[in-house]
Write a protein that binds this ligand. Sequence first.
Ligand code: 5GP
Ligand code: MG
Length: 181
Amino acid sequence: MYKMSEKPLISEKRIRERVSTLAQEIVVAYDFDILLSALTGAYMFTADLCREIARVQGPAAIQKRIAFIKASSYGDSTESSGKLQVQGLERINLQGKKVLMIDDIADTGTTLLGLLDMLKNAGAKEVRTCVLLNKQERREVNVTADFVGFEIANEFVVGYGLDYANDYRMLPEIWTLQEAN
Ligand code: 5GP
Ligand code: MG
């Protein structure tokens, strides 16, 4: 059994402020063609980040495309199954495109590394990655996200799109899940 931390790990306000500065960092550094988001965990972050990027960029954002894939490696547990499954990539034309890949969290790094490989194989000209959260301590493969919202410790987090067995996704803040005994 798990229970939520008493206070959010990251409040709505801190998320809003960081997403805004992150959008500025991205716009300055990388003129991408298509933003590719990994469902389901990154849905809320993606929606907020897109709006901030458009706010910073103005009319130049009109031609930026957005597409979604479904990436899963977790079952109903807090440990990765280690197997990456990706759906929907075959419908998206990445040939010669500069891609900004968005995911919720880099944990072992397996997902990010696997996605980078697949997007390159799909013909992308360049791929840079952006994650809302990074757990550096848990890294098992050699991969670094280009843009990171927050560095966090080795804790299991939920909310703001992130789930535990599909619960908690709608919460506007990020919470830590602790073992209840
Ligand atoms: P990785 O492949 O880097 O080990 O794991 C990446 C995926 O695992 C993320 O996209 C996310 O779905 C899931 N994940 C890793 N850590 C957490 C966490 O603390 N909370 C939640 N809800 N999902 C996590
Ligand atoms: Mg995920």
